[in-house]
Design a protein around this ligand. Structure first.
Ligand code: HMG
Ligand code: MG
Length: 312
């Protein structure tokens, strides 16, 4: 059925950023660091740890510099942080970040709400940041949001998505993550969009970033794999959402993604049991049950096992 599946997939864990940015209650810096270090110990090799955005817009990320400075991870784990402008870039650089992520939207309304800029202004900002990052030998990931549907404008124009994707590569980003910010896409839409990206070198550097609002994220991963994509973003336990995209629920859960890929014989490098421990820790931190299906299945079997052991 799937004859061109990759041997290996790169998972980019975005929980400490995309997940926690949406938490209304302040999460102590120590807890963020504890979670990031646990994620690093689970075999995940790429973790987006924070964002150097305006604390007025996203108060939860106000401790970005402290998180970046204090977190300790094995050298096999690379980290990135979101930056919205040169100010954020300079802070990320000063904090020792070796990779940053720029972000912009494929629709004017989401762009205004998220970064208070038009698309054209956002492109100019990306140009400035990428030039500064290249000069400092810092790797750049780029996000393009609302590529399928926008909470303000409805269905997104795919011609615009392809134009902006090409523009971002032309500016010099190293990797592009296409975001289904409000989790509205279905697999046929994923295939239709990817079919418009005809440059194989670009396709190899594209990641898919699914939120799972309507339960289609894993099906969309399958569509992506079938179209040659080998990089997927996900968030521990399925935490997440964009504060400027009403109705956006959590990201695809990392454990659900890792489990499906492992069952399909695709390597990810992660230890599923350790990932479940991370999911449990994330639940303790946000003080509620997270939506990850694999996480809940494992935690409920662990609880049953413990009950049986206790009764013996
Ligand atoms: P603005 O208000 O237009 O900017 O915000 P400004 O330049 O007028 O600055 C306002 C204040 O913020 C000033 O402080 C600046 O110094 C400060 P004041 O002088 O008033 O005291 N400031 C900063 N402080 C720290 N770090 C900075 C920074 N920049 C300005 N980097 C801005 C424009 C872009 C800054 C703002 O809109 C912003 O930070 N937006 C970020 C929104 C955000 O983080 N959204 C969520 C991430 S995107 C997402 O989740 C989607 C994604 O997951 C993919 C997907 O799902 O599709 C990536
Ligand atoms: Mg997101």
């Amino acid at each position: 059925m799937f004859d061109a599946l990759p041997d290996e997939v790169k998972i980019v864990e975005v929980g400490p950023r995309d997940g926690l940015q949406n938490e209304a209650e302040h999460v102590p810096t120590d807890k963020k660091i504890q979670l990031i270090e646990a994620l690093g110990a689970s075999g995940l090799r790429h973790i987006e740890i924070t964002s150097f955005v305006s604390p007025k817009w996203i108060p939860q990320m106000a401790d970005a510099a402290e998180v970046a400075a204090r977190v300790k991870l094995p050298p096999s784990v690379s980290t990135s942080a979101l930056v919205p402008n040169l100010k954020g870039f300079e802070s990320a650089k000063a904090s020792g970040m070796k990779e940053i992520a720029v972000f912009m939207s494929a629709t004017e309304s989401h762009s205004q709400k998220n970064i208070n800029k038009t698309i054209a202004q956002a492109v100019d900002t990306v140009v400035e940041i990428v030039a500064a990052a290249k000069a400092a030998k810092i790797r750049v990931r780029g996000y393009l949001s609302v590529v399928f549907e926008c909470p303000y404008e409805g269905q997104t124009n795919l011609v615009e998505v392809v134009r902006l994707s090409n523009r971002l590569f032309e500016i010099g980003i190293d990797e592009l993550s296409l975001g289904d910010t409000i989790g509205a896409a279905a697999p046929n839409q994923v295939k239709n969009l990817l079919a418009l990206i005809t440059d194989a070198k670009e396709l190899a550097r594209i990641a898919l970033h699914f939120h799972d609002t309507r339960g289609t994220a894993l099906a969309n991963v399958l569509a992506g794999l079938d179209s040659g994509i080998t990089i997927f973003d996900s968030s521990i336990g399925g935490m997440g959402g964009c504060p400027y995209a009403p109705g956006a629920a959590g990201n695809l859960a990392t454990e659900d993604l890792a489990y499906m890929l492992s069952q399909m014989g695709i390597k990810t490098g992660v230890d599923l049991e350790k990932l479940v421990d991370c999911g449990q820790l994330a639940q303790e931190i946000v003080k509620r049950k997270l939506p990850g299906r694999y996480l809940q299945a494992c935690l409920s079997s662990r609880a049953k096992r413990q009950k049986v052991e206790a009764s013996q």
